[in-house]
Design a protein around this ligand. Structure first.
Ligand code: C5P
Length: 400
């Protein structure tokens, strides 16, 4: 990483102090930072502290003759390998989403041809506001990558999503984006979201899966250079940049899409596939007044994870399943590895608020080991799992 450079835009939020730690962590990993400090950012951290840590001039003004003479503002972002906005305030996100260029930070964001990573940080109501969510969707569509925000206690005394990701998580995201892609040339197949099983043309059986964890894994794999096919049930999420999403509804469609996407080097089954479907979906809407309360008889759905695990020649080298449990997590997960024939299981306890939530606390279970990961954002689980997959797929195969 010694020749990599990051342009770090520090926005005006209380989380700006964490960016100082980020610069230090990046320097330790051999990544040089050059900083743009916004006017509001300078209310929270001083140019002196930022400059002392980057060992470079701190850029603050759009119309600064001396700075322009040294490095034109257009050049600033071009000279970097990656542009990082941390903290990305609601204002900076709004400017970037709308292509405004009325200060140095927004101009650098509009002028860059490099990848952009944002670490949002704001009050929970500002984060949840329709305008911010609209800007987020636009930025996603423009290819901007995100790390965080985390949910938790905030400096303003409120609780919820909006807290900037921890410097370690931002560093991990940066290093993954800067790497030359250990998964280059590898094909990853990810299933995500719920499946929807029709009862009749307007009614269905489904579940509460949000798809967040699967999408985060797909995004992290793409960032490591993999070609990713994301077979997704209906969700409200935007397809991560660089990922090929195939939309499906039922379990049977999901299986068919997975089989069509083969061969793959790794398959990660994150989808909450409905175990059963109504035996035969009625061709017409079932009428309420016809013959009392209808009985729905259920038929078992195909098990996608087990099918991919037992494929024989076409089997991906690494097949990973998820196990949502409410008790005896490890024991049930180990039984699942044996039953389904997969290689690893990512197991989590869903008795709390994991389903649909922003965070996850998992156990990574391999055939001969188990590792408990601390509670972290689903995105961070994605980065960590992608790194594990990269380690496995790039390890030299030992010959007997
Ligand atoms: O059996 P259970 O639903 O607990 O297993 C969960 C794992 O199996 C997840 O990885 C899920 O994506 C996968 N699965 C599947 N097809 C099914 C049921 C579960 O791929 N029909």
């Amino acid at each position: 990483m010694s020749d990599k450079r990051v342009l770090l835009i520090i926005g005006g939020g209380i989380a700006a102090y964490k960016s100082l730690e980020l610069i230090r962590l990046l320097a330790k990993a051999g990544v040089k930072s050059r900083a743009i400090l916004t006017k509001a950012g300078a209310e929270f951290v001083t140019p002196l502290s930022v400059g002392a840590l980057t060992g470079d001039k701190v850029y603050q003004e759009l119309f600064d003759l001396t700075a322009e003479a040294e490095m034109g503002h257009i050049e600033l972002s071009r000279a970097a390998d990656l542009v990082v906005v941390a903290p990305a305030t609601a204002d900076l996100m709004a400017k970037a989403a709308n292509g405004l260029a009325n200060d140095l930070a927004s101009t650098a964001l509009l002028a860059t041809d490099k990848r952009v990573l944002m670490a949002p940080a704001m009050n929970v109501r500002m984060w949840e506001h329709a305008a911010t969510q609209r800007n987020l969707a636009r930025l996603h569509a423009d290819g901007v990558r995100f790390v965080g925000p985390d949910a938790g206690e905030m400096a303003c005394g409120e609780y919820g999503p909006g807290r900037m990701a921890e410097p370690e998580a931002i560093k991990a995201a940066i290093l993954a984006l800067l790497s030359d892609g250990p998964l280059k040339g590898k094909h990853a197949l990810v299933t995500a979201g719920p499946t929807v099983e029709a009862i009749d043309p307007v009614r269905f059986l489904s579940n509460r899966s949000s798809g967040k964890q699967g999408y985060a894994i797909a995004a992290a794999l793409a960032n490591l250079g993999a070609e990713v096919t994301l077979v997704s049930g209906p969700t409200t999420l935007a397809a991560p940049a660089g990922v090929n999403r195939v939309d499906v509804e039922s379990a049977r469609e999901m299986l068919a899409a997975c089989e069509a996407a083969l061969p793959a080097d790794v398959a990660i089954c994150v989808a909450a596939v409905a175990d059963w479907r109504p035996g035969a979906a009625a061709a017409e809407k079932i009428k309420k007044d016809k013959s009392g309360t209808p009985a729905i008889s259920l038929t078992e759905n195909p098990d996608i994870l087990a099918t991919l695990s037992k494929l024989g020649k076409k089997r991906p080298r690494l097949v990973i399943g998820f196990a949502a449990e409410t008790n005896d997590v490890e024991a049930h997960a180990r039984a699942k590895i044996a039953k389904k024939g997969c290689d690893w299981i990512v197991a989590n306890d869903v008795s709390g608020d994991v389903m649909g939530g922003a965070e996850n606390e998992v156990l990574l279970i391999k055939r001969d080991s188990a590792e408990a990961w601390p509670r972290m954002a689903k995105e961070a689980v994605g980065w960590k799992l992608a790194a594990e997959i990269a380690k496995f797929l790039t390890a030299k195969v030992r010959r007997k």
